[in-house]
Design a protein around this ligand. Structure first.
Ligand code: SF4
Length: 70
């Protein structure tokens, strides 16, 4: 799975960090970054993406197809 964070959309709510702390952290500007794309199991990463209120987390499967947001 590939993970991206849209820095323009991210509003620093940090629910992604709360849900998947092994994967996401906030940088110096308070924007979510990926610290380890395998830091949590995929279900947790998907849950974190779904928890983002502005859909700033974009997920792709191994074939490169976007799987979230749908
Ligand atoms: S939940 Fe969304 S808006 Fe909040 S820090 Fe994570 S990516 Fe940014």
């Amino acid at each position: 799975m590939k993970i991206e964070v849209d820095r323009e959309l991210c509003t620093s709510v940090a629910t992604c960090v709360a849900v998947a702390p092994g994967t996401f952290e906030l940088d110096d500007e308070g924007i979510a970054i990926i610290k380890d794309s395998k830091g949590d199991v995929e279900d947790i990463i998907l849950k974190a993406a779904k928890s983002c209120p502005v859909d700033a987390i974009i997920l792709y499967d191994d074939a490169g197809k976007q799987t979230w947001p749908k």
